[in-house]
Write a protein that binds this ligand. Structure first.
Ligand code: ADP
Length: 480
């Protein structure tokens, strides 16, 4: 059985006080006993001496010659006289130890033969017999011992006094026991209740429940302990929350890394595949040129195609390098204040030749706006978009380029009247190497993914706007 702190403390306090009272009562009772014994002894010796003095007086007054005859003749008178003086039963013995006279002949007798030897040798001696002290005292005349007197002294009053005190101690012990137990219990109760609440609080903390972190309003060590437990709980809670948050971030980072790993694998697979195609064409033409070196049409065809494929390889290589450069975390944009109007006007001029070659018409609506960005990278972005608007346009088509400020954004739109992009392909065109229709162009499928990386890494966004009547419109937004 588990004994609680309350009961233990009460029992301990009670036992402590009880043992103190017990030891005290034993010492007091012993003291009373030895004091009573000493007083009785002194009193009886004194009575013996009074008796001897009385004899001495008779001797002086009556000039007695034979002590033995004196005892035998006047013994009866002497014991009666001594009982009157002392109030005790008195027995007189002669020097042979024989009883000569008894003040109460009918009263019971105790065997004193053993003690008599000492008394006859002039020594006071006594024994305790129940509630009586049998005291033998030598009786003297003026010069010698003439007999022995026995006093039967009743100690009933002493015993009663002793018993009374003993009972007093016993009842005070019982009273102290009850008072101590109750007051100890009442005093310890609030303490143990506090400890119990703290115990429950620590158990809840152990289970991860921080909902009720109690704080005992006490100014003693228990109050401090509860404050400490409460602080500890709060600290553990916040640490667990931080750990959970970190774990969540870590999980997200791991997931991101896994996706990146997959994308990288796919990217490398695509790069290998896409690089193989132009290389195979170049190799095939190189073989044909060796075999049919005398065929001028084939030679011309081969020259054009090798030139076209090697240009495609170069473009692809440049884009792949740019993309992998962007993947690198150490890549830094050289930001500066770029005048978008000026930049786009310049690009349009440079691309005008190609636009005209395809028989297209260019329309611009450019507001003057300043943007904090990497000028070179912005160049790459717009050239790619305008190049696509040329490549995928219809003959005699149009291209519109506009730049305006909308709320907190600078919006640049490149719109064409080309073949458009089917809704199902809208999300895919930004993936590396993705082309809607391979047979339509000799593109690499890397342009738009590079454009998106370059825009997003500078804090902007690119979207293909909802399909209009014809062609497609790309919109780039930068916050200002
Ligand atoms: P590339 O043009 O070299 O193939 P891009 O990444 O620039 O690669 O474009 C991906 C694909 O998106 C292109 O193959 C094309 O099918 C489609 N596309 C891009 N721009 C346009 C456009 N203006 N009009 C129609 N289709 C387009």
């Amino acid at each position: 059985m588990k004994i609680g702190l309350k009961l233990k403390s009460s029992i301990f306090l009670t036992l402590l006080l009880l043992s103190a009272v017990g030891i005290l009562s034993i010492l007091v009772l012993r003291g009373i006993q030895s004091n009573q014994r000493q007083q009785n002894e002194d009193y009886l010796i004194q009575q013996g001496e009074i008796a001897s003095n009385y004899i001495k007086q008779i001797y002086l007054m009556e000039s007695i010659k034979d002590p033995e005859a004196f005892i035998n003749d006047r013994g009866r008178e002497l014991v009666t006289r001594f009982e009157m003086i002392t109030g005790m039963q008195v027995i007189l013995y002669n020097l042979a130890g024989k009883e000569v006279a008894n003040s109460r002949p009918l009263a019971g007798k105790t065997d004193v033969s053993l003690m008599m030897e000492y008394a006859l040798q002039n020594t006071n001696t006594y024994i305790e017999d129940g509630d009586n002290i049998i005291f033998l005292s030598p009786l003297h005349n003026s010069s010698m011992q003439i007999g022995v007197l026995q006093f039967n002294y009743s100690t009933t009053s002493d015993r009663m006094f002793y018993t009374k005190i003993k009972h007093l101690f016993f009842y005070s012990g019982v009273f102290i026991f009850a008072i101590c137990f109750i007051s100890g219990y009442l005093y310890v109760r609030p303490l143990t209740l506090g400890i119990l609440r703290l115990k429950n609080a620590t158990q809840r903390i152990e289970k991860g429940d921080f909902s009720d972190l109690i704080c005992l309003k006490r100014s003693d060590e228990l109050g401090e302990l509860s404050q400490n437990i409460s602080n500890m709980g709060k600290k553990i809670k916040s640490q667990i929350e931080t750990m959970k948050e970190e774990q969540h971030h870590l999980q997200q980072a791991v997931e991101k890394l896994e996706i990146l790993g997959k994308q990288q694998k796919q990217f490398i697979g695509n790069v290998t595949h896409e690089f193989k195609t132009p290389l195979t064409i170049i190799k095939a033409y190189a073989d044909l040129m060796q075999m049919y070196s005398d065929d001028p049409t084939l030679m011309n065809d081969a020259k054009v195609n090798i030139d076209k494929e090697s240009q495609r390889l170069t473009d692809m290589l440049e884009n792949v390098l740019s993309l992998s450069e962007l993947e690198n975390y150490t890549f830094e944009f050289q930001k500066e204040e770029v005048d978008i109007h000026e930049l786009l006007t310049d690009i349009c001029k440079r691309m005008n030749g190609k636009i005209q070659k395809y028989g297209l018409q260019l329309h611009t609506d450019l507001e003057k706006n300043i943007l904090l960005a990497d000028k070179e990278r912005l160049n790459q972005v717009f050239i790619n978009l305008i190049d696509n608007a040329i490549k995928y346009n219809r003959p005699d088509g149009h291209i519109w380029i506009s730049c305006c400020k909308e709320n907190n954004f600078i919006c640049i739109r490149v719109k064409d009247t080309g073949i458009g992009i089917p809704p199902a392909e809208r999300d895919k065109i930004f993936q590396p190497f993705y082309t809607v229709n391979k047979s339509l162009n000799g593109g690499t499928g890397l342009g738009l993914s590079l454009v998106r990386e370059l825009v997003e890494k500078q804090g902007g966004s690119i979207t293909l706007l909802d399909q209009q009547a014809e062609g497609s419109t790309f919109e780039i937004r930068f916050i200002i």
